[in-house]
Structure formats: C-alpha cells, structure tokens
Design a binder for this molecule. Sequence first.
Ligand code: AMP
Length: 510
Amino acid sequence: MTNTSENTLFAAISSRIRDPQAPFIRTPDGKVITYGDMLKRSAQYANALISLGLEPGDRVASQVEKSVDALFVYLGCLRAGGVFLPLNTGYTEKEVAYFVGDAEPRVVVCTPEREASVRDIAKGCGIEHVETLDDGAGSLVEKANAASEDFTDIARAPDDLAGILYTSGTTGRSKGAMITHLNLLSNAEALAETWRFTDADVLYHALPIFHTHGLFVATNTILLTGGSMLFHPKFDLDAALAALPNATTMMGVPTFYTRLLGSDKFTKDLVTHMRLFVSGSAPLSATTHREFEERTGHAILERYGMTETNMITSNPYDGARRAGTVGFPLPGVSVRIADPETGELKETGDIGVIEVKGPNVFKGYWRMPEKTASEFRADGFFITGDLGLIDEQGYVRIVGRDKDLIITGGFNVYPAEVEGCIDEITGVAECAVIGVPHPDFGEGVTAVVVKTPAGNDLSAKDIQSRLTGELAKFKVPKEVYFVDTLPRNKMGKIQKKELRERYSDTFKSK
Ligand code: AMP
C-alpha cells in the first residue's frame, strides 16, 4: 500500500508499469495507445484541469460518449487530485441539472450538442467551467493537446475521494456514492488476484465507462496488471465477433452473452483460446450459463457488486462456477445475511438482506449523512438492499432486491425463484416476475414473458400449468403477459419499476 504523500491509486498504477511500449488500449480502427502514451496523455489532462483551477477534492463531472479521451479525463482527474463524476449519457437535461447542482463540480465536461444547455445549468449553480470533449477550438481536448506531458501527481490519501457515482435511483432521489482511492485500489487488486489477470491479458471492453463495471472493474484491473483492452464504443455483435479472436478475457452484462448466443457465427472455435468470461451488473440466467458452456466449453464466471461497494463476491476461478450463484466473498470482503428489519443474523441457507464490510465499501452518500447512517449497521456493515442467502458450500445466491420482493396473501415470493422456473420452459426467451396491487392478496404475482420464435404457441395457461407442479400455488403467476422485449437500462438491468407501473391495473377489477 502507498503512503499518504502519494496519490494512492495512480501511484500504484504507475509504479507497476514495466514497459512503456506495452499496449494499453487498441481501438477498433487500429489505434494503439501504449502505457507510455497513457502516462503522457493523462498528465496533459491533469495539467489542463489544474489550469481551470481544479483543487484537490474538486469534482469533475463528465457526460460524454465513451472514447479514449473520455477515459483520460478520468485518469487526469485522479492524478490532479480531483473527484471524477461520470454521468450516464442517457440522462436528461433535468437530471443533469440535479447532479450538477448537488455535486457542484469545478468543471463539467460535455458533448458540443449539450454545451448550451449545460452552460445554462452551470451558470445557475455558479459553475464557471464547461468544457467540450471534441476537436473544436477551445475544447478540453485542445487544452490537453497544448499542455505539458509531465505532471507531478497530487498526493491523495487512501481515504480521499476518487469518484462520486450517482446510483440509478429506482426509489427516491438519486444518491452520490462517494468512492475512495482505497476502495478502488483494494477492489482492483482483489479482482486481479481472483481472476488471475496478468500483463498478457487482452480484455474485450464494450461496457459504458459512466458505470462502476466498465470504469472501475474493467479499467482499474487492467491498469494495475499491465494488460491491454480492446476498447469498443459499445457492444456491437459483429464488432464483438471480430474482436474476440484477439482477446483473452471478456467482461460483460448478461445481455452481451445472450446476444452472442443469438448468433450462429458465435462458435467454439472463435473463443477456445480465451481464458475467462465474466458477467455481472444483472442476474445471468441459468439457461444462458448452460447454453454458453454447451456452445463454447467455457463456464461464465458470475460476480456480484454494486456502485456503493464495488465488487463483493465472485464465483471461483478454479472450482465450480455455479449458475444462479454469485460465488464467494472476494479477499478482504466480509458478507453476511441478516433480517432486513431487525438486523438479526440468519442461519446458513436462510434468506435475508445481504450486508457487506471491507475496504471496498464506499464512504457514504454525498451530502446525505442521514441516508448514509440509515444504510449502515452499527458495526460498519453496509445494508445492500439485495435479498439473498449463503448456502452450505458458502456460495452467495441473490433472490432479488428488497423492494422487488412480492408479498402475496402474507407469503413472500422471491422473483428470482419463479423467473428461474419460467426460464426453463421451452419457448421462453426471458421473463420478469413482479408483484402488482391485488384487492385480496395485497400483491398478485405477475409474469412478463418474452418468447423465442419456437415458443409462438405458448399460452399463459401453459406457463401456469407447467409451474403448478413445481412451485407452491401462491408463487404461480396469477397473470402472464407476453411482450416483445423487456425494458432494460444500459447496464442490462430489467426495469421492474416500469413494469409494475405498466401492469398496476391488472387485478383492479378482479
Ligand atoms: P449498480 O449499482 O448499478 O452496479 O447495481 C447494483 C445492483 O445490481 C446490485 O445491488 C444487484 O441488485 C444487481 N447485481 C449486480 N450484479 C448482479 C448479479 N451478478 N446478479 C444479480 N444481481 C446483480
């Protein structure tokens, strides 16, 4: 670990560079950015940010499309002692206004298309610097181009902030999770060790970089081990098929894997040479896990984490990667299961809320001390809000979000269990199970199902009767809807809140 007179995270990154000529990034158009280039370019961005008056602890908000320069803004910000605040490119003007007003960044980086509206927002909050990330005159890119390639990193202690990531805010106001240097360094080290990353690795990277998965999990792990990334602007099936022969590893959300499996061109030959496929950010269905292994011989390694905690658990590198589980706690991370209300600890195999403690766990929500206090237990464990259990072998299994739990006629129904059974039915591509208001039962279990082409004739009755033998009666969906697609956010998470709203009248007249 570094001492407090260094920049905790970047000192670790730079001290491990063995060969400045080694590639760090390759882009689909054939550009190669070496580790030496990374040092120079991030220094230029650090200098450019300092020239805008950035002081240690100041925030740099960035809402731009994924690009190599966008990544260097992150690294430049780290080196300059700033706090990086990436914003989902899908956020609306109103949402951006909230984040900017709440975080009060020194600098806001945006696209030229958004510049005018962001300037208005910034002006309203007394923020002077709005910078675009394009080639135009006066842009941040131009400022970086003109800046020195040397930079002495600003000291940042392990407990200082490296980033603020706003949670997706499915309930209430979106909260800024304050992530420290130590959170990021310890987690990247744990992942590098658990997943055996080395400088020989080439990671296929098609994740967005406004989210913990693509920004921290993928990028920091590569940076700390000296590997390289095939850095794609987004997941595109043909581009992925072309890139995978040159990769050794891939990190993706479940939809990347289902989309690969949907193509006949995705064959065993294409990926036999690869050593690791990692999935996370949303549940990977057992069907996808099985089909992937049948097709390629590789068992996808599923891991679990969240913005506030970085990564928490992972299936093992050696040993069984069990479908439907998220594996064991990472080195240095403690996980336990507790009663959501009382906090009393649960026995092995019993369902409760997942709680976590370790150097990976964030410092709290930005300017929300009460909210922060209410989400930690007195002994320092963070209450994730995910419901799950730890089985006899120590594998953690997630059964749903606390707020997605369905209570029907006084009985608890865990959506993941019902979804798993529906997914097994031939003709079902995927599904989501939700609870909607019901006059007698409080909530009625409702399934929303996407069929495969072969499942065209499948009816609601077929699904209900298939489940009747498998699940207790109260768990069998009282209503089944068929849809073409499920609403998902950019990280592949099914938007259950949207489904609950859409089908809220289902049992009204019943
Ligand atoms: P985010 O903060 O956007 O990364 O979302 C974190 C949430 O995603 C967690 O609290 C879980 O509910 C969910 N999640 C992440 N990884 C998994 C996984 N492997 N299986 C199921 N849910 C997951």
